[in-house]
Design a protein around this ligand. Structure first.
Ligand code: SF4
Length: 682
């Protein structure tokens, strides 16, 4: 047998696990452990173990498709690229650059994302570039940038095992980031205490020494009450506050309004439990915070993240091994897509587009007079702007808003009414079905490039097989459109050549080369020079703000934008599960994973179920102010009374038909984690 093992990176979650793809006769036929990979040391979760199963599906997109009379017709690349280029030029000339928008992708490479934001800003001259970080960690970036000066995970995955206490809030780590879950187990084996705060008694909560079941959307009340205990008992780190931070006095008045007794009826957590976990966090010697979308996907998500940061700064739990603030990124390259500037307010390296000096320096490196000098529209704002007739064309690479975005009925209406929709993907997704032109892209096994994992680790992706049919790498397609439009600066010959341009304009990546990554060196950004070893732990000496200080900001509790009432008496929250990934476009096409969980369900507490006359497995209607779905009931005491949970992976019972598109005012991120709903037995 002629088998070849190629070491590469898992295409799914932000852990960035190493895998060996097994190649035989031009096909990927399996996955084998990469035992010396520093993150996962050969261990894989179910998604990683079966990461090869979707690659050679016979429903892969293999040729460009143009919609004619409502039906897709195969087209040559020349025909498709010519059509896209001419329509983009026509719309740009008729309605102006700001009538155009691009969505980049958290599951394509850094190089492809970099080229997409360059295309938006240089070829289309639009500020409207965003991607699905807006739906998961936009508020982490905004909140941590305010307090620490940098919006990324502060410590490494391996470092989690060195914590003496793990404060895990709003993340089901064992399902969503299983190989980080392994480090939680290691920490526990070394004697660490584990506190898990979540409205669901999920798999992660089962590992906890103390499980805190707080109501969805009450995180600030819980965190402020913890800080109240820490302050009133004198447990804060006074030396750290004095030497490393500023504006501590500014938060005291707010914190002193939030006693644990005040928080108890809001959060549903007994005051004594709040006091107990506050003391444990403040006195462990090395406490690390892990959080994910339970914290971020709220209309007060930035406040939640700032509140988390206030807690860590107050106790000096940052800048040392075993401590830190660790937002766990969902998709495998969501960190990289942000780093590459696929955000409407920054170019790569988080350089603000409204900073004239930075922007002009950047434009000069690209050989153009200037770049759009205003903050563009975010994902949900683009959908609204289509409805208002302001956005006329949308170019989507590797994203599926018809499943991932809030208020799907509204998204569908917007995508059906935009003048020109181009979707580039590996499968005919629910979003691609609505496009005017569909462009077939290469999967993770069919291209080279880099991914940046949740811990800021930059890693090389290897090409194992050729793309099917005429599919091409995303960067090749974008460059072909730009060149057809007559725009200079897109003559790249390889992904490595793109990375060289990334290094020139992105200070955090300046010292990384593919040569170093091939070794492989463990390079965590920032890595400013080729002899720099990378930075596993951030903020060891100073924070990223110009004066080097961490900043406290007062935060007051605000309930979710929609709370249960007489018409919609339940609070709906959404989330993920171990066998599926994001919108299911890959995992639902993986036979093994699909077989594990075929469709969605709604979790409902037995007390609520009894009151409604609903039994396990019954079909019910779940209704919100935006839509309704039919779905099976899963009656379980794991979910708090008054709250229901639906995984968002499943289009046929889409949780996001129900969710609320109300936005966090700072990060413009929708409140996917809390809306009012009702259940009707059928
Ligand atoms: Fe892949 Fe994440 Fe599973 Fe690792 S933990 S194998 S990166 S899905």
């Amino acid at each position: 047998m002629n088998l070849k093992l190629v070491s590469t990176i898992c295409p799914y979650c932000g852990c960035g696990c190493g895998i060996n793809l097994v190649e035989k006769d031009g096909k990927v036929v399996g996955v084998e452990p990469w035992k010396r990979h520093p993150v996962n040391e050969g261990k894989l979760c179910p998604k990683g173990n079966f990461a090869h199963e979707f690659i050679h599906r016979n429903d892969r997109l293999t040729t460009p498709l143009i919609k004619k009379d409502g039906k897709f017709v195969p087209a040559s690349w020349d025909e498709a690229i010519s059509l896209v280029a001419s329509k983009f030029k026509e719309i740009n000339a008729q309605f102006g650059p700001e009538s155009m928008a691009c969505f980049a992708s958290a599951r394509v490479t850094n190089e492809e994302n970099f080229v997409m934001q360059k295309f938006a800003r240089v070829a289309l001259r639009t500020p409207n570039i965003d991607h699905c970080a807006r739906l998961c960690h936009g508020t982490s970036v905004a909140g941590l940038a305010k307090t620490l000066g940098s919006g990324a995970m502060t410590n490494t995955i391996k470092d989690i095992a060195d914590a003496k206490l793990l404060f895990i809030i709003g993340t089901n780590t064992f399902e969503d980031h299983p190989l980080i879950g392994r480090r939680i187990v290691q920490a526990k084996e070394r004697g660490a205490k584990i506190i898990v705060c979540d409205p669901r008694f999920n798999i992660t909560a089962k590992q906890a020494d103390i499980y805190v079941q707080h109501r969805s959307g009450t995180d600030v009340a819980l965190l402020n009450a913890m800080m109240y205990t820490i302050l009133t008992e004198g447990l804060e780190d006074k030396e750290f506050i004095k030497t490393r931070t500023k504006d501590f006095e500014a938060i005291k008045a707010e914190i002193m309004k939030c006693s644990p007794e005040w928080a108890e009826p809001i959060t549903g957590v007994p005051a004594d439990t709040i006091k107990k976990i506050a003391r444990m966090y403040a006195t462990s010697g090395a406490s690390a915070i892990l959080f994910s979308m339970g914290i971020t996907q709220h209309a007060c998500g930035t406040d939640n993240v700032v509140s988390v940061s206030n807690l860590a700064l107050m106790c000096g739990m940052i800048g040392r091994p075993g401590t830190g603030i660790n937002p766990l990124r969902g998709q495998n390259n969501v960190q990289g897509a942000c780093d590459m500037g696929c955000l409407p307010n920054v170019v790569s390296g988080y350089q603000a587009v409204i900073n004239d000096e930075l922007r002009k320096k950047y434009a000069a490196a690209w050989g153009v007079p200037d770049l759009p000098n205003k903050v563009g529209l975010t994902i949900v704002e683009v959908m609204n702007a289509i409805d208002e007739g302001k956005i006329k064309s949308l170019y989507i690479m590797g994203e599926n808003p018809m499943v991932s975005d809030p208020d799907i009925n509204h998204v569908k209406h917007a995508l059906q009414s935009v003048n020109f929709l181009v979707v580039q993907d590996i499968f005919m997704t629910e979003t691609a079905e609505l496009a005017h032109v569909v462009l077939p892209a290469a999967s993770f096994a069919e291209k080279e490039g880099t991914f940046t994992s949740t811990e800021r680790r930059v890693q090389l992706l290897k090409k194992v097989v050729s793309p099917p049919g005429e599919a091409k790498e995303d960067w090749e397609i974008i460059c072909a459109i730009a060149k057809k439009m007559g725009v200079a600066g897109f003559d790249f010959k390889s992904a490595e050549e793109i990375f060289e341009e990334v290094r020139k304009v992105t200070p955090q990546y300046a010292g990384m080369t593919w040569e170093r990554l091939r070794k492989p060196e463990a390079l965590h950004w920032p890595c400013p020079a080729t002899d720099h070893p990378g930075t596993p732990i951030l903020h060891t000496v100073k924070f990223t703000h110009p004066d080097g200080l961490g900043i406290f900001f007062p935060v007051s509790f605000k309930p979710p934008a929609e709370v249960p009432d007489a018409d919609y008496p339940l609070l709906l929250t959404t989330g993920r599960m171990i066998f599926h990934y994001h919108t299911g476009s890959m995992t639902r096409r993986s036979a093994t994973l699909d077989n594990e969980v075929k469709t969605g369900f709604v979790e409902i507490n037995p007390v609520d179920a009894k009151a409604l006359g609903v039994k396990m497995g019954d079909k019910v209607k779940v209704v919100s102010r935006r839509g309704e779905i039919e779905i099976s009931a899963k009656v379980t005491p794991n979910i708090m009374k008054g709250i229901i949970f639906i995984p968002f992976h499943f289009n046929e019972c889409s949780a996001n038909k129900l969710t609320n598109p109300v936005l966090d005012p700072f990060a413009k991120m929708p409140e996917l984690k809390a809306c009012a709903a009702k259940i009707i037995p059928i």
